[in-house]
Design a protein around this ligand. Structure first.
Ligand code: SAM
Length: 212
């Protein structure tokens, strides 16, 4: 279902500058319409964020592709995602052959997406909790992707990044963020690049925004 729409979306991503074949392949494979509410499925292959309930969103496909490309992963790498949401980003990483660990702080969303992962046989490790403190059990990670906007980069996540690994995280105010692309050079040194104009729902937790 929706094969030609999926192909068109991949062409849109290529036109916007996404080049990594493993990222584009994953967008051919993963059926985004299964990750959005039934009422939204005809909009699933437009390059837009969509509401998924509880005030949360499934990110825009271009943003998912861009952040994934910036992680610069190799097949089999361990990747930590903060903000499971609909599960689409995790499914893209899984389709690329990554070992995926994902954390969601809203219990209803966590349960719903856990069921979807089982139904679609997306074999990722998912937990309910505060992702700002990471998941020490499986650290270090070659990639960390934060899919909610934070006032700062959580120290816990920096500590759990492997040497040579990359983290992508939107940092700024609640109404606008810059995407920070961080590479861990060695135990103590990190390289930081920034890209402007991103907008995500807030990252709420011990090392993120307070829950108002
Ligand atoms: N990656 C998701 C996808 O593919 O659909 C998009 C996620 S949505 C933009 C952001 C998610 O982050 C929301 O589901 C929100 O509940 C979650 N979130 C916010 N703060 C969090 C935290 N501290 N730990 C884990 N999840 C968090």
């Amino acid at each position: 279902m929706f094969e030609s729409e999926r192909e068109n979306l991949v062409h849109t991503l290529m036109k916007k500058g996404i080049k990594a074949p493993q990222v584009l392949d994953a967008f051919y494979k993963v059926e985004r319409h299964l990750f959005v509410p039934e009422s939204m499925k005809f909009f699933a292959y437009k390059d837009n964020a969509l509401p998924i309930g509880k005030g949360q969103t499934i990110s825009q496909p271009y943003t998912v592709a861009y952040m994934t490309e910036k992680l610069d992963l190799q097949k089999g790498d361990r990747v930590l995602e903060i903000g499971t949401g609909s599960g689409f980003q995790a499914a893209i990483l899984y389709a690329m052959g990554m070992k995926v660990y994902t954390i969601e702080r809203q219990y209803d969303i966590f349960l719903q997406t856990q069921k979807l992962f089982e139904r679609l046989q997306v074999r990722v490790m998912a937990i309910y909790g505060d992702g700002t403190i990471g998941w020490t059990e499986f650290a270090p990670y070659q990639g960390i992707i934060v899919t909610a906007g934070s006032p700062k980069v959580p120290d816990s996540l920096l500590r759990q990044l492997a040497v040579g690994g990359k983290m992508v995280i939107p940092v700024g105010t609640k109404s606008s963020q810059e995407l920070h692309i961080i590479t861990r050079l060695d135990e103590e040194h990190f390289e930081l690049k920034k890209e402007p104009n991103f907008l995500f729902v807030p990252l709420i937790g011990r090392e993120g925004w307070d829950n108002e």
